[in-house]
Structures are given as structure tokens and as C-alpha cells.
Design a binder for this molecule. Structure first.
Ligand code: ADP
Length: 162
């Protein structure tokens, strides 16, 4: 029997930079879905530490052990990106209740305007406090980010702040 969830799913985000929390979601999603597209949002209005190209490179290196992952970028509406790539579902990690209001609204909007479903995965409790901003803040003040981000990102952060 063919699984109805056999198509690709997308994990969208800024990933400025990718953290161990994101990676945990990618690993778990790659076990559940045939293909996982990691889509880096290009948003010129947001000031990011890493360029889109740098963020993609960090993501590609950090997910090199996963064979069913594609890393790319998009601008504009996520539902339009999904349409172009024949993607019918989004996968998002939920850290805490504080994520819920916004994520629920986005999920409902994306379903309403694009017919795209959203699957939520509960974050690994080890990483439920973790965000890219937190990792950048720690790195900025010379703290160790070894337990927060993959090794390639730790090296890139120390280059940025050296
Ligand atoms: P944003 O899109 O708000 O800039 P990020 O790029 O930081 O967010 O993260 C992209 C998505 O990854 C989030 O919407 C969330 O679903 C998920 N995520 C972020 N941090 C974690 C974490 N520590 N554990 C699990 N999932 C996370």
C-alpha cells in the first residue's frame, strides 16, 4: 500500500544559524517522510548574522549524514514555494506554549490560502529553551556553544565574533 505521506515536506525558517534543536527536528522528520526540504527564508527586512548562502552551507554540512534532505532558499509566501515544489505539508518544531499561538495562526493561514497542512513535532526537551538568537548571544560574549549548535556552526560563530 502506498503511504499518503510519501511526498516531500518542508521545514521552513531563518536558521540564522542552524541549532541542535533544528537538527533534532530534521533527523526525526527524515525518518517519517520520504524527503525533507529545508527552506531558508530570504527576508531582506530581517537583519541576519549569516547570509543566506552561509546559512545554506552550514545546513548542508550539518545534515550531510541524512540522505533524504535537500537544502534550498525561498522568498515570498511559503505556500507559493510549496506549490512550485509540489509540497503539500510543512513540518515545524514546537518548543513551548509560547510558540503555539503564532504557529497555530500560521498553520491555519497556510491551510486557508494554500491548502498546505502543517505537522507539529514536540521539541526534544533538551532543546526546548534553544533558539538561534540565544546561541548567537552566548557566542557574542565568548561563551561555549558546544551544547547548542553543531561543530561547524560553533566554528562559524567564533569566526564571526573573533
Ligand atoms: P524563525 O522562522 O522564527 O526565524 P527559526 O529559523 O529559528 O525560526 O526556526 C525555524 C523553525 O524551527 C521554528 O519555526 C520552529 O518550528 C523550529 N525550531 C526552532 N528552534 C527549535 C528547537 N530548539 N527545537 C525544535 N524546533 C525548533
Amino acid at each position: 500500500m502506498t503511504s499518503k505521506l510519501s511526498g516531500p515536506v518542508v521545514c521552513p525558517g531563518s536558521f540564522d544559524p542552524v541549532t541542535l534543536g533544528h537538527l533534532d527536528i530534521f533527523h526525526r522528520a527524515s525518518k517519517q517522510f520520504e524527503k525533507v526540504v529545508i527552506a531558508v527564508l530570504q527576508n531582506p527586512a530581517k537583519s541576519n548574522l549569516f547570509s543566506v548562502e552561509e546559512r545554506i552551507e552550514l545546513l548542508v554540512d550539518a545534515t550531510a549524514d541524512l540522505s533524504n534532505i535537500e537544502v534550498t532558499s525561498f522568498e515570498g509566501l511559503l505556500v507559493d514555494f510549496c506549490k512550485r515544489k509540489n509540497i503539500t505539508a510543512i513540518v515545524k518544531g514546537l518548543r513551548a506554549v509560547s510558540d503555539f499561538d503564532y504557529e497555530l495562526q500560521m498553520a491555519q493561514l497556510n491551510h486557508q490560502i494554500g491548502g498546505v497542512e502543517t505537522f507539529f513535532m514536540s521539541s526534544n526537551p533538551t532543546y526546548s529553551f534553544l533558539s538561534s538568537s540565544m546561541a548567537k548571544e552566548v557566542a557574542k560574549y565568548g561563551g561555549s556553544v558546544d551544547l547548542l549548535v553543531p561543530t561547524n556552526v560553533a566554528a562559524a560563530l567564533s569566526r564571526k565574533f573573533s
